[in-house]
Write a protein that binds this ligand. Structure first.
Ligand code: SF4
Length: 441
């Protein structure tokens, strides 16, 4: 334990990743450990483990200034087609592996990049091919990320037709000046059109993504974004706090100008803005379900992908730079377009690096991810890992309880709103010493 849980959060936003999406940190995954994922694929699946598929569509109309994902804005149609063919080949190679063969897929996630960048024809061919490669009849949820400016009537119909059940709209902000100055491709009027089309198409699980603290965001504008979101009444609202990782345009400009502080709101302000949004959403019938998400009709609006992944499901991560987890081993694909395509074209899986967490690391992973829900039941971990988190993390939990961030009642650990808003910072306190202060890249 080296992370100081008493340390005051840094005021200004400096460069680096804030969001914890996995454990151990990616920088510990190694190319020399790829044989571990090959052998995990060669074993029978762990009984009772759900399986999901994630496909990364790495194409966007423009690159946002805060974007740190693997995306391309210059690919021609034949390159996009080659990519989609490669992704289908990748899925069919997985479908033959002992760890995957014959298993039903429970959830599917099309992320990016911009999945809605693809044409209707490409989407139909792609999903037909996926359904041919792996059993699709047990799929409970198909999530599809959309950039509002790409959603024509026809595209919305196609997305419905291919079986998408959860539509996620990357709105981020409703102000055209904020959108443009952060490099977003869409304008606010396209948000309204896209939302109306999606509702008319009969979607009952529409998520709106917002970002608190984009460049040029103001107090009044944030309040107006929250009000406009509530007016649209999406089924769920996801709010991220703006971070500035190393490979963003914003950081490159900071570096060129010799600046340390990013030109975005400080962390206290971003947390206050998310808290304001949660308060307004709750007043309007929403329930806060995690550090980032509030849902309306929370008994009906689910997010299978998140819940399964945070409970240790297997995930086939397809596409360039995608992350996956099979039979106890983490892996990441080749992170450049050409090697990703080349390896598949020669009939090989495009595996780039891997890591097999031990039992303690798997416990830490699930525990910290589930803390993001604001409530965990320690008996789940005792049953699954044979370890009681109240004992395993005694020191950290005592500190957090003393600070008023956590409360423990019997087997239930709950986080206060204040703790939830800075949960990614607090999670580092549960990392093993060797993983503390690792770069999340
Ligand atoms: S739309 Fe998303 S993936 Fe594409 S450039 Fe913007 S932030 Fe990155």
């Amino acid at each position: 334990m080296t992370t100081d849980l008493t340390e005051k959060p840094a005021e200004s936003t400096t460069v680096g990743n804030y969001f914890v999406s996995n454990y151990p940190p990616f920088s510990f995954w190694e190319q020399s450990r790829v044989p571990e994922i090959s052998s995990a694929l060669n074993r029978a699946p762990r009984p009772g483990t759900d399986l999901g598929v994630y496909l990364h569509i790495p194409f966007c109309r423009k690159r946002c200034h805060f974007c740190y994902f693997r995306v391309y804005t210059d690919k021609k149609n034949d390159e996009i087609q080659a990519y989609l063919d490669a992704a289908l080949l990748e899925l069919s190679l997985y479908a033959k592996q002992p760890a995957i063969a014959g298993r039903k897929t429970k959830f599917v996630y099309f992320g990016g990049g911009t999945p809605s960048f693809l044409s209707s024809e490409q989407l139909i061919a792609l999903t037909d091919g996926m359904k041919y490669a792996v059993p699709w009849d047990g799929v409970e949820e198909v999530t599809f990320e959309c950039e509002p400016g790409t959603l024509t009537d026809r595209k919305i119909d196609t997305i419905k037709q291919i079986g998408v059940t959860r539509l996620s709209l990357g709105v981020e902000n409703f102000d055209d000046h904020v959108l443009t100055s952060n490099g977003r491709a869409h304008e606010s009027k396209q948000v309204y059109r896209a939302y109306e089309r999606a509702r008319n198409a009969g979607y009952h699980n529409i998520n709106i993504d917002l970002i608190a603290g984009m460049m040029n965001e103001t107090e009044d504008n944030w309040k107006s974004c929250v009000a406009k979101t509530i007016e649209l009444a999406p089924d769920s609202v996801t709010i991220y706090q703006m971070e500035v990782p190393y490979n963003t345009t914003i950081y490159k400009e900071m570096k060129a100008e010799g600046k340390v502080t990013a030109p975005v709101a400080d962390w206290d302000t971003k947390r206050r803005w998310v808290s304001y949004a949660f308060d307004e959403l709750v007043k309007n019938g929403y329930t806060v379900k995690s550090a980032y998400t509030a849902t309306k009709n929370s008994s009906k609006v689910s997010f299978v992908y998140r819940d399964k992944l945070w409970a240790g499901a297997d995930l086939l991560g397809l596409g360039v730079s995608s992350f996956g987890h099979i039979n106890g081993t983490h892996y990441q694909n080749e992170h450049d377009f050409a090697p990703y395509l080349a390896r598949l074209q020669s009939g090989e899986l495009p595996l780039h690096r891997a890591y097999t967490p031990d039992n303690d690391e798997r416990l830490i992973r699930e525990f910290i991810l589930q803390l993001k829900l604001g409530r965990v039941d320690t008996s789940y971990f005792a049953n699954k890992f044979g370890v009681d988190p109240r004992e395993r993390f005694k020191a950290q939990l005592e500190t957090l309880v003393k600070q008023g961030h956590f409360a423990i009642n019997g087997t239930i650990i709950t986080l206060t709103r204040d703790a939830l808003l800075q949960v990614d910072r607090l999670l580092h306190g549960f990392f093993l010493t060797k993983h503390a202060n690792a770069r999340y890249a």
